[in-house]
Design a protein around this ligand. Sequence first.
Ligand code: GDP
Ligand code: IMO
Ligand code: MG
Length: 428
Amino acid sequence: MPAVVLVGAQWGDEGKGKATDLLGSRLDYVVKFNGGNNAGHTVVVGEEKYALHLLPSGILTPGVTPVIANGVVVDIEVLFEELEGLASRGVDVSKLRISANAHVITQYHRTLDKVTERFLGKRQIGTTGRGIGPSYADKINRVGIRMQDLFDENILRQKVEGALDQKNHLLVKVYNRRAIAVDEIVDELLGYVDRLRPMVTDTALELHQALGRGETVLFEGGQATMLDVDHGTYPFVTSSNATSGGAVTGSGIAPNQIDRVIAVVKAYTTRVGAGPFPTELFDEWGDFLTENGHEFGTTTGRRRRTGWYDAPIARYAARINGVTDFVLTKLDVLTGIERIPVCVAYDVDGERFDEVPVSQSDFHHAKPIYEEFPGWTEDLSGAREFADLPANAQAYVRELEAMSGSRISAIGVGPERDAIVQLHELID
Ligand code: GDP
Ligand code: IMO
Ligand code: MG
């Protein structure tokens, strides 16, 4: 029963989309289990570049069945835009399955996301503004709308009324915005029903059956470990479980069905939005990483914050997710740096921390303790075997591996599909 979970180890944008695409031909199903269209995955196939947000990256591989599972929040307008965009480029999107239990992002969630951020002022999270947080809040508050509600007009209307009852007071009296009419939301959602009907199903059952037949299922996490609502840098996180446990609750498979947990980790670190980031660079090396790594958001276009590799974070990700394999990406971006610093521990007001401190205040004050490793000047993009890498690049990879709590099984050396050095099979 090959069930493989793939997650981000840092603050997102590690190259999960490319890693999923790499495994594509070995997969029968690719399942998105958390988040929504806050994600942005870039996949380069030959001359073509695809940006995926709501759909799992596996949709680009012919024959794979993509699944949007119960843990996802779905903006249906975005869903159809993305499907149409891919279909017009010749991608077969006809196999998509969507969980009847997935929650829906509506106009009021998007509006609330934006106004609450504005009201937070200096304390704002820097969300993607896609309505993710408010939609998950409704789910937990038990006033959310699920995909299945769309197929019963009566229930849908009651639920939208229930949700708007309180929100309209908030929108009008607190945030000074216009009230949203129940009909406006209900009519929009009902307009999608005919197109959704063939896709919406019991995806948990379908995945159990697929695993029972011995098919290979990849669970593709959106966001990443340090953005996880429980294990990340709260409150500067997203509103879902982006770690491997989320693959279980977010899809309805059982923990003992998971065989492999792959974490994608960049050879340096980036972050979009606010929150602590110990190895962040504010000097020309930060610009070097941003420019060489093309570190601009796939979803919002924002410039990503950049910094050196943080080994305590990789170890943290290894622990929280039960990582069996790391995919180390963007090693090529480090070419040309004479000595490459790696954070091996933190100094918090004079005290050494070898692991990520549990206290948010400590993490905010954490200063990286660096070790430096010799760099290389050779272009790595043509390397396909470990032996093709310059000796110093090999040594850098081995050092990271020793510090990061699990083996490195593949190394990214460029954005293209085949720009990869494979050390171990990622799927048995
Ligand atoms: P995701 O959100 O984790 O899927 O990552 P993103 O797609 O947001 O960001 C990763 C970016 O790095 C994309 O533009 C990829 O095309 C690119 N990329 C992925 N792997 C590599 C690599 O090994 N080297 C280089 N230079 N670029 C890579
Ligand atoms: P992928 O899947 C990087 C960040 C936002 C913000 C915080 C909360 O491409 O790695 P949200 O809109 O989710 O409520 O925003 O999380 N964030 C991401 N950062 N990559 C992502 O996805 C992200 N999804 C959300 O920038 O700081
Ligand atoms: Mg991304």
